[in-house]
Design a protein around this ligand. Structure first.
Ligand SMILES: Cc1cc2nc3c(=O)[nH]c(=O)nc-3n(C[C@H](O)[C@H](O)[C@H](O)COP(=O)(O)OP(=O)(O)OC[C@H]3O[C@@H](n4cnc5c(N)ncnc54)[C@H](O)[C@@H]3O)c2cc1C
Length: 469
């Protein structure tokens, strides 16, 4: 009997477990140990128990863990919970925990272990992996790394400073004492979570949002369904030569598709004067903006596959010149969240400060920006997770890096092949160790939404179980 360890009990870990037990290649009831801290088991980090003001950024009706449409919405109805356009993320966490629990209840081989893994030791002769927690160790034949995002970045070196919140989640525990002048570093979806909690739940009179670029996610426009005409699998495959696809061909194909769908190229590169103008533009142009966003979402799975065929030079050009625009349109915020932000910004409750240069601590937090110097009592870090495994300080990542079991990908995360097998700088492509999710950012371009993780996990498990069938 193959012994399997799944590290991480979030969407990816649950999905791996689900595919493993339902796969025809899995003999009997496989022995699967899934590791995570008790509060995150079956939920993952974004969907933990937290304030109800933290919303999904994908419509509830588009969220499912089981692949069947309306999986989450159907569950909400059975629980007599309100079905909103965007439900609180904790609702999705309750749903995913139940999916996981019923999976574990119906398969005796699944064991939830409420512990963090701190190290993994590979035996190259036996081809086995011994995983270590603080209290015990155990040997496995197959290991799946599904640990989600790495730790938070600390771009201004303020970690440990009093009244500096290094990681804001759960907001209802980490931000519940913040008082006085509160500044948030960042303008992404996490910063918006913090603003909503501080104003809607804590009733704060004013919150400052600081960022270097002032870029916020776009506002989700109207839903569109497309019949793709040019950006097809056949067209893309016809460009493969020597296992590479040239970026210029892909960009030309994307422009041709935008043209065929009557989407203005200038919309893709839109960059209004200020963050506030940006929000207002998207709210006022919901139909066109929605068309662009849903085209990007429709092409995402194919584009993610293409990404693994780009040369290193093309990947770098893409990340510098194209990615910021895709990223902006890829995870838009719900329109009602945007309307509320505009209202708060116009009434002065949210002060958005672009052109941030530095922040340091001198009794209070001094923020320097193009528009002046600001003095804050509390500073909340919402700059997002680390991407470079060499800078991550968690024991598991740093120990695996040190053993040269994992190596850095060119754009962040770790190196894996197209089948998601981990490529070790010391042992080469590992038989029996796989990774998926944020850790494989370098080869799974923008594949981190629930639906895509569920899809990609299935492909990974199909490949992984072939060697044991
Ligand atoms: C704030 C936020 C909001 C989001 N909202 C949406 C949304 O609305 N819709 C959507 O589709 N996507 C959303 N996403 C994207 C999100 O990344 C995916 O939906 C999904 O949660 C990723 O799942 P995962 O299992 O890869 O990672 P996670 O959900 O983070 O799960 C990884 C788990 O691994 C555990 N872990 C880490 N290290 C160890 C260790 N050493 N030992 C044991 N366990 C460990 C962690 O505790 C964690 O529970 C959001 C992301 C964020 C950050």
């Amino acid at each position: 009997m193959v012994k399997i360890a799944v590290i991480g009990g979030g969407v990816a870990g649950i999905s791996i477990t689900r595919h493993l037990v339902s796969h025809p290649g899995a003999a009997g009831d496989p022995e699967i140990d899934i590791y995570d801290a008790a509060e995150q088991m079956g939920r993952g980090k974004p969907y933990i128990e937290d304030s109800g003001h933290l919303l999904l950024n994908i419509p509830s009706e588009e969220m499912t863990l089981t692949g069947s449409p309306d999986g989450f919405v159907d569950w909400l109805k059975t629980q007599s919970l309100p079905v909103c356009d965007y439900n609180p993320r904790k609702d999705f966490g309750a749903y995913s925990r139940e999916v996981f629990q019923s999976l574990a209840d119906s398969h005796g081989g699944i064991r939830a272990v409420h512990e963090q893994i701190v190290d993994i030791i590979y035996d190259a002769e036996e081809i086995s992996y011994t995983v270590h927690t603080k209290t015990h160790d155990k040997k496995y034949d197959l290991v799946f790394l599904a640990m989600g995002q790495m730790n938070y970045r600390d771009p201004y070196g303020l970690k440990g400073t009093e009244k500096y919140v290094f990681n804001p989640y759960p907001v209802n525990a980490r931000l519940d004492e913040a008082e006085g002048k509160i500044g948030i570093i960042g303008t992404g979806l996490s910063a918006i979570d913090c603003v909503r909690y501080l104003i809607l739940e804590r009733g704060m009179d004013q919150v400052h949002l600081f960022s270097r670029s002032g870029d916020m996610p776009s506002v989700r426009g109207e839903t569109h369904h497309f019949e793709i005409r040019h950006f097809t699998e056949e067209a893309v495959e016809s460009y493969i030569k020597d296992d590479l696809i040239p970026l210029d061909k892909i960009i030309a194909l994307f422009k041709k598709e935008m043209d065929a769908q009557n989407i203005e190229e200038s919309l893709f590169y839109r960059h209004p004067e200020s963050t506030l103008e940006d929000l207002k533009h998207d709210i006022a142009n919901s139909a066109e903006v929605g068309k662009l966003q849903y085209l990007i979402i429709a092409l995402n799975p194919l584009f993610s596959r293409i990404f693994t065929y780009l040369s290193l030079t093309d990947k770098k050009i893409f990340m510098e010149e194209v990615h910021p625009y895709i990223d902006k349109n890829h995870s838009p915020m719900p329109i009602r969240v945007a309307r509320q932000l505009v209202e708060w910004a116009e009434s002065g409750r949210v002060a958005i400060v672009d052109g941030m240069k530095d922040v340091h601590h001198e009794g209070s937090f001094i923020v320097e920006s193009d528009s002046g110097v600001y003095d804050m009592d509390w500073m909340i870090n919402a700059t997002g997770p680390e991407k470079d495994i060499l800078k991550d300080e968690s024991p598991l990542i740093s120990n695996m890096v040190d053993r040269m079991l994992i190596g850095p990908g060119s754009l962040g995360g770790i190196l894996v092949d197209r089948a998601h097998r981990v490529i070790s700088p010391r042992y080469g492509t590992l038989r029996g160790m796989y990774a998926i999710g944020h850790l494989t950012f370098d080869s799974d371009y923008l594949s981190n939404s629930v639906n895509i993780i569920v899809e990609n996990t299935k492909l990974m498990i199909d490949g992984a179980l072939k060697q044991y069938s």
